[in-house]
Design a protein around this ligand. Sequence first.
Ligand code: F6P
Length: 362
Amino acid sequence: MNTVKTIGISTGGGDCPGLNAVIRAVVKSAILRHGWRVIGIEDSFDGLIWPNKRRELTLRDVGGILSRGGTILGTTNRGNPLLYRVVENDEEKVKDFSGDIIRNARELGLDALVVVGGDGTMKIALELYRKGLMLVGVPKTIDNDLNATEVSAGFDTVLHTAVDAIDKVHTSAESHHRIMVIEVMGREAGWIALEAGLAAGADAILIPEIRFDLGKVRNCVRQREQEGKKFTIVVVAEGIPLPGAPDQDAGEKNPIIPRSGGAASWVGDVLARLTGRETRVAVLGHMQRGGPPSPFDRILCTRFGVAATRLVAEGKFGRMVCLNGGTIGDVDIAEAVRVTRCVNPEGELVRIARETGVCFGD
Ligand code: F6P
């Protein structure tokens, strides 16, 4: 028999369009379908540590938020509650708040927590679940790098934003006969660069999963010039290895994740030197995380939110909702965080890109 009366919901990690759509779906289905109360836990797991960071969410609270970017609950991609930095007596200490979180959840009467997050948040959720917190996960990340789901909330919208930006840069590149280098986010995964690059007709796409040589990109620029095309669009993933970064293929540890803009400015400088052509750089940065979610993301987030409350009703804790083959399902959170979902260099998308002349610099 289902004994759930109250659930919590939190959003963790970097924000993305669609988080509010998930919150709305969870609150609506919890109240309307299941008759539960919902407590909003603010700033990721912080709301289960600090009493002033939680509040009841009613149907009124989620009115009008479906189309809004960001998250009404706030978020953080710092402050892992298992390794939380606090200052005590002028001294910085690292504390594990998992005991407080589980105790506070019990005192609040939470029968379950819906955790909306990417790989970092899901790893924390998994540890808390193993320590006794009943929770289910909803995948969100513009990077689309969570394993076991073909798409996470927010990815479709970032593609719209990136493609729109690349289309705009395209006409400028063409008018000025320039090389334009556009950097997109994605950490160690090249999904945004690959899919936005494909959709926007990029001439070269550089991603962390494919070793590249900028000499090959110079050849691509030259080849295009011989064909009468005096401009080139190069889309670069922020996580490509930069000179001096440890060589992961050679087993070197701790790869350096470049700061925003580092990848594009390096590629831009080298290409300008190698080609002698005017080159400009555009870094899309955090604009990729904002704006209203696309219709696809609004529907996906609504499906994910409703599926999450169903998991709670069925008592399927430690599971994350997912989308595979267009169908909503669920997987162990452990499976979702087992590996980073990266681009397969032999996969269909890379193959069709190559077959339509896209240069990967290899
Ligand atoms: O994981 C999402 C993401 O936007 C990455 O693509 C990017 O590298 C990172 O977060 C940026 O994080 P921050 O908001 O801390 O600068």
